[in-house]
Design a protein around this ligand. Structure first.
Ligand code: M6R
Length: 609
């Protein structure tokens, strides 16, 4: 989704903003632009395509300033083009605006602005109406004009505004789209996400919904909807800038795949005490609360939803509470049965996914207790939840989620264990053995990651295929969905996952000579069933890549390729079986020459519906 960076201070705004925009590239974009205050005017440059295209048109020495805003656009209203790229200005170009989100009533506002104020629009964007509104309301006070404009706007937005009338400030507003302000020395910043600012600041203000931020060179002031100044604690970023760099890997995705053992260790160390028991520090859910839950709803999108599917297996098995899992965009519009006896678990890496946030609000409105599993500290989902279970995976930059997924799984196991013990539905032996199994995962994963060359060799056999089917049973079916998503989103191969038992109810019609089927068979009690499913597809000419635990005999005779994962308890196998699928997707995409970290049409943080 769109990225915003703003700078005011005694440094070079152009370079700082461009550098910040590059740190937001992972969010996904199709064009970029910058507005700087130069010689009494707001000067705008914008270009379709990569930031390099923008850099190519801002080479003039004199094109620099102490004040500016920049933007990477992910098209919503109007095709990707130079004209539709942000920043957008008002009629006399005294105001420039960058925007992330959607102005839902922009058609109405466009008509009103044309009819009542004779505004001529240059672009097809919803954003341009914001610049005109501010221009029209400007009467010697930029902050007042922004407040008046915002009163007219419906939808989700984070905006940054500069004006040639008041070149001593940036005004920014947040409603349902992420926005942070960075506190520097002799300079201040706004951005959509912290990595954009890390090279310059560690002190961050997390801006809340409906707040207006006013930045000058020496100060940041935050105001609420009623124009009253609010006091906000500074959030100190502890992770270093290097953790948001590639660190010698060709891609962020590969780096993040290899970071999984460490990330899981971190997740576990935050939640296991010295005796190896699950501790829920900071989570206020009591024994009575847990006993009162009659149902758990897990709601998320994409990969996080797939983590929720594994969460269902874990909670139902260990805590004996019925669980429903839903994609957030469906949940929020279907009047689900939720009440004060419901535990609602939202899972989100970014904590800014709009559908997940909306579903969470809906569940809260209906009285549910909200626990979120989130990676980005201080994000919207985290802030609006009753309790937060951070994944502590560190920044995940690649669009394709990897370490966020595995750490989300660990959180789901820990939540299930804690609930099971608290309710008394889980005996001590099982509880301890699952914790032992979880604690052994990082080391086992390190071993598994050494098989990358083997997986690359399989990728060389497969990267030209047109479609791939994933099958599995039980937790393996859920991992299949994730494996399939990973492959299609970065390699653009048409992939499809189906519970293996469902094959013969339709999908098997698509299996023919040479079709590639990836069969996951890590579950002991379902192993023989999976062998039968493999035979079914082999009989129709499929070529099969089998994924099973070391020591499982029987599959190698049938599979054309095999990847084994270290032996482990069935319940925690998804933490390992997903890793070869991530690596396979990565190497296939690389062989196909795809833009792995920034796949086409996708965004890291989906802040629109
Ligand atoms: O930030 P979130 O976890 O809420 O994001 C949800 C999905 O957009 C995300 O998991 C997406 O499916 C992944 N990029 C896929 O790899």
């Amino acid at each position: 989704m769109c990225g915003i960076v703003g700078y005011i201070g005694d440094g070079h705004a152009k370079d700082i903003i461009i550098e910040g925009l590059k740190k937001l590239e992972y969010r996904g974009y199709d064009s970029s632009g910058i507005a700087l205050y130069i010689d009494g005017k707001i000067q705008v440059r914008k270009q379709m395509g990569r930031i390099a295209n923008l850099e190519a048109v801002i080479t003039e020495k004199e094109f620099d300033s102490h004040l500016g805003i920049g933007h990477t656009r992910w098209a919503t209203h109007g095709a990707p083009s130079d004209v539709n790229a942000h920043p957008h200005g008002n009629g006399d170009e005294t105001v420039a605006v960058v925007h992330n989100g959607i102005i839902e009533n922009y058609v109405e506002l466009r008509e009103w602005l044309s009819r009542e104020h004779g505004v001529k629009f240059r672009s097809e964007t919803d954003t341009e109406v914001i610049a005109h509104l501010i221009g029209i309301y400007y009467d010697g006070d930029l902050v007042d004009a922004v407040y008046r404009a915002v009163e007219k706007m419906k939808g989700a937005y984070a905006i940054g505004v500069v004006s040639s009338h008041e070149p001593d400030k940036i005004v920014a507003v947040r409603k349902d789209s992420p926005l942070v302000a960075g506190l520097g020395e002799g300079c201040n910043f706004i951005a959509s996400d912290i990595p954009a600012l890390l090279r310059h600041v560690r002190k961050i203000y997390l801006i809340e919904n409906n707040e207006v931020v006013v930045l000058t060179t020496g100060d940041i002031k935050i105001f609420n909807q009623d124009r009253k100044e609010v006091h906000r604690e500074v959030f100190h970023v502890t992770w270093d800038a290097a953790s948001a760099e590639k660190d010698g890997f060709d891609h962020f995705m590969l780096k993040e795949i290899h970071e999984q053992p460490k990330a899981i260790e971190e997740t576990l160390s935050r939640r296991l005490d010295a005796d190896g028991l699950v501790k829920l520090d900071g989570i206020r859910m009591t024994k009575e609360d847990i006993e009162s839950f009659q149902k758990v709803y897990i709601v998320a999108c994409g990969t996080a939803y797939h983590a929720g599917l594994i969460g269902k297996h874990a909670i139902e098995k260990l805590a004996k509470i019925p669980v429903e899992v839903d994609v957030a965009s469906e949940f929020r519009y279907r009047d689900p049965f939720v009440d004060d006896k419901t535990l609602f678990i939202a899972i989100s890496q970014s904590g800014e996914t709009l559908d997940t946030l909306a579903a969470l609000r809906e569940a809260k409105r209906k009285g549910a207790r909200v626990l979120s599993v989130v990676n980005v500290v201080g994000s919207s989902v985290a802030r609006e939840s009753d309790d937060v279970f951070y994944t502590w995976a560190g920044p995940e930059i690649a669009v394709a989620s990897t370490k966020a997924y595995t750490t989300q799984l660990v959180c789901m196991y820990l939540i299930a264990l804690f609930m099971g013990r608290t309710k008394g539905s889980l005996d001590v032996e099982t509880y301890q053995s699952v914790i032992r199994e979880l604690s052994a995962i990082p080391e086992k994963l390190r071993g598994l990651l050494t098989k990358e060359e083997e997986i690359d060799a399989i990728a060389k056999d497969l990267y030209r295929c047109e479609s791939v089917f994933f099958i599995g049973r039980g937790p393996d079916a859920s991992v299949s969905f994730e494996g399939s998503l990973k492959l299609k989103e970065i390699s653009y191969i048409n992939s499809f996952a189906v519970a293996a038992g469902e094959l013969k109810h339709g999908t098997i019609a698509l299996i023919e000579q040479g079709t590639v089927v990836i069969a996951l068979a890590t579950q002991e009690r379902l192993f023989d069933k999976m062998l039968s499913n493999i035979q079914e597809v082999k009989a129709r000419g499929a070529r099969v890549l089998g994924i099973a635990k070391e020591g499982n005999v029987g599959m190698e005779q049938q599979a054309d390729w095999m990847i084994t994962i270290p032996d482990c308890h069935d319940d925690v196998a998804p933490l390992m079986s997903v890793v070869p699928l991530q690596l396979l997707a990565y190497h296939i995409a690389k062989l196909r020459g795809c833009d792995i970290d920034k796949p086409k049409n996708l965004a890291k943080s989906v802040t629109v519906e």
